[in-house]
Ligand binder design. Structure first.
Ligand code: HSE
Length: 405
């Protein structure tokens, strides 16, 4: 029997307990040993709940109990999670976490401690909820050099954008619905400003490129400026607006960014709707592969956490090598990245198109929408971000612009 302790009995923590209690035989069989929840740590009381008898309020009870071999950290946030995780690893306890803030900020250090102690620090649930993506990157795609990752890594914003597309709603109404359904937090900033997706792509990129991608260096743009009119144009173009988190290796340059993109209906990410996530990976040998599924939520996330617990039990005396050096990976400025841009112009086509042509040189397509007589939109040719910004400065009539995938 292997004793584990769960730090935090919130959504994911209660999910972990539920998953282990739902599938005890199947999980034990796959782990090769029985998994016993010896402690759950939380500041609150939970009278009448299944964890009533194992609830503790003091982390030291867990730390000082040598019979606890695996600590499951599902508290979220950097502190006190970082302190508890580091102490657990230094005490020789394996750690499994769903905490992307912790992993993005301290991943290399915690992996180094785990390696030195010949134990494991695993974080499958930190990206893509229930979708296996960390293990495929670190254990399956080992014959490949990864050259691109591009994905919908945030379920909340994908739900909001899907609602705006399906119902024609403005951003605020879709956000309110997401909050009412429990998909968005009361303070939704981390999701809608792209910070959550930024941390997730930093983790995936660090694992893909082996050196540390600092999430604070990643250009990040959220979805708060996307309007119902932008979405109406996207539909006319047979495209969808998606918040994409991407990273790419081109020759010796590494790019990473988070921003809304127009995605063509031929792109498999176009069909990823609602709270689902989709992650596209390109390897130099395997070519294109895609991962799709429940990117958030109590049980999908808990399923990924428990899969890490199973892996720890299977490797109780062995470190699973995860390459993530602390050396910083310098990112190339997105000013050098090249895109086509969708640009909405305030004014009638007859009076403004010539100014737009003069600014951008030429455009690939001009779009007009029924019901919007005082504006039109263009799609530019491929141009660097820097060039686009310089050219856009010459125009005082740009309503919005969205990059095209
Ligand atoms: N807020 C996150 C999302 C939860 O919406 O994807 C899962 O990390």
């Amino acid at each position: 029997m292997v004793n584990i302790a769960v730090l935090g009995y919130g959504t994911v923590g209660s999910g972990v307990v539920e998953v282990i209690n739902t599938n005890p035989e199947c999980i034990s069989m796959k782990a090769g040993d029985e998994i016993n929840i010896k402690y759950v740590l939380d500041l609150r009381e939970f009278p009448g709940s299944p964890i009533e008898n194992v609830l503790v309020h003091d982390f030291d009870t867990i730390l000082n109990d040598d019979s606890v071999k695996i600590v499951v950290e599902v508290m979220g946030g950097v502190e006190p999670a970082y302190t508890f995780v580091k102490k657990s690893l230094l005490a020789g306890k394996h750690v499994c976490t769903s905490n992307k803030e912790l992993v993005a900020k301290h991943g290399p250090e915690l992996l180094t401690i785990a390696k030195e102690k010949n134990i494991n620090f695993l974080f499958e649930a930190s990206v893509g909820g229930g979708i296996p993506i960390i293990r495929p990157l670190t254990s399956s795609l080992t014959a490949d050099e990864i050259i691109e990752i591009s994905g919908i890594l945030n379920g909340t914003t994908n739900f909001i954008l899907s609602k705006m597309t399906d119902e024609g709603w403005e951003f605020e109404k879709a956000l309110k619905t997401a909050q009412e359904l429990g998909y968005a937090e009361r303070n939704p900033e981390a999701d809608i400003e792209g910070y959550d997706a930024c941390r997730k792509i930093a983790i995936l990129s660090s694992l893909a490129f082996n050196d540390n991608v600092d999430y604070e260096e990643i250009y990040t743009e959220g979805i708060t400026k996307i309007s119902a009119m932008d979405v109406a144009y996207a539909k006319k173009l047979n495209m969808a607006i998606k918040l994409l988190a991407s990273s790419k290796k081109e020759d010796d340059n590494f790019y990473a960014m988070v921003a809304p993109f127009l995605v063509d209906e031929g792109n498999p990410l176009h069909a990823v709707n609602g709270v689902f996530n989709g992650i596209f990976v390109k390897g130099n040998v395997i070519g294109d592969i895609m991962f799709y599924g429940s990117g958030a939520g109590k049980l999908p996330t808990a399923s990924a956490v428990v899969s890490d617990v199973v892996d720890c039990v299977k490797h109780i005396n062995k470190n699973i090598l995860i390459l993530w050096n602390s050396k910083e990976l310098p990112l190339t400025s997105i000013d050098e990245a090249v895109f086509r841009y969708f640009v909405r112009i305030n004014g009638k086509k007859s009076s403004k198109l010539q100014d737009v042509m003069n600014a951008f040189g030429s455009v690939e397509e001009v779009i007009e929408l029924e019901g919007a007589p005082d504006e039109f939109a263009v799609i530019t040719d491929y141009t660097s971000e820097k060039n686009f910004k310089e050219r856009a400065k010459k125009l005082d009539c740009i309503i919005s612009r969205i990059r095209i995938k």
